[in-house]
Design a protein around this ligand. Structure first.
Ligand code: SF4
Ligand code: SF4
Length: 237
């Protein structure tokens, strides 16, 4: 009897995942992931138990135009994909709330005024994506999707909805590659392999990266990364 109840519960969770996944894909998401956040401090996850990750794959055509500097087209693409992510997240959020599940959507690209880390968002999208089993954190501190590498953008919906969570990734897949280290013009990437819980500044210097963007590519636009570490990565190329 107990087994039967457990199986029904798992089935209804899977049914829920399917409903969210179908909605996300119909709106343009490349992949939807589900994670259990309970191992994170409650404050960090805003007291929500689960996360839904919305992922969009970036255009290879646009990324492949980047040779030694970002392009205007890349800058615009980056912005457009962020907007689409926010739209998809909003639609999923409204669908969850219509079923009375408390949830909040974290914008794809928004820094909050944290004196300890001026480059941090309200919640790290990469954390949820790794816990969902979608990929790992590269030496570049970028999220590296199992198939598309760093050629993706992410958004997150924190929720108390009963989703079936994926199996977290706990190891870097970078191996002996350090292509992003050599590609970085700001010397911002340390070259250390990620392990769960490693602080971002052990991997890369966000200040040096941002300053390089301001100094070298001010004419292209504010708020996007230069992209050389993205195109150098062999995963997803
Ligand atoms: S975006 Fe550019 S400057 Fe920043 S870490 Fe990547 S390669 Fe270096
Ligand atoms: S370029 Fe190599 S080391 Fe850097 S993130 Fe990609 S796989 Fe990892």
């Amino acid at each position: 009897m107990k087994k039967e109840v457990t199986r029904n519960h798992a089935q209804s969770k899977n049914h829920f995942n399917l409903m969210i996944r179908n909605l996300g894909h119909s709106l343009g998401a490349s992949e939807i992931g589900f994670s259990d956040l309970s191992r994170l401090p409650a404050q960090k996850r805003m007291h929500y138990n689960h996360a839904i990750t919305v992922m969009i794959k970036l255009s290879d055509g646009i990324l492949n135009q980047i040779e030694s500097a970002p392009t205007h087209t890349y800058f615009s693409h980056y912005r457009s994909v962020n907007r689409l992510l926010d739209d998809i997240s909003l639609r999923i959020l409204l669908a969850l709330e219509a079923q009375n599940y408390a949830s909040v959507a974290i914008p794809a690209s928004q820094s909050v005024a944290d004196p300890d880390d001026p480059f941090a968002g309200a919640f790290a999208h990469k954390t949820a994506a790794v816990l969902a089993g979608m990929g790992w954190i590269g030496c570049s501190a970028l999220f590296i999707h199992q198939r598309y590498g760093p050629r993706v953008r992410l958004a997150t919906i924190l929720t108390n909805a009963p989703v079936a969570a994926g199996e977290p990734v706990t190891q870097s897949g970078c191996g002996s590659c350090r292509a992003c280290v050599s590609a970085c013009p700001a010397l911002a990437i340390e070259g250390q392999l990620w392990t769960p819980g490693l602080a971002r500044n052990a991997l890369y210097d966000a200040n040096a990266c941002s300053q390089h963007m301001k100094d070298a590519f001010h004419h292209i636009g504010r708020g996007a990364v230069c992209g050389l570490c993205v195109v150098a990565c062999p995963i997803g190329k």
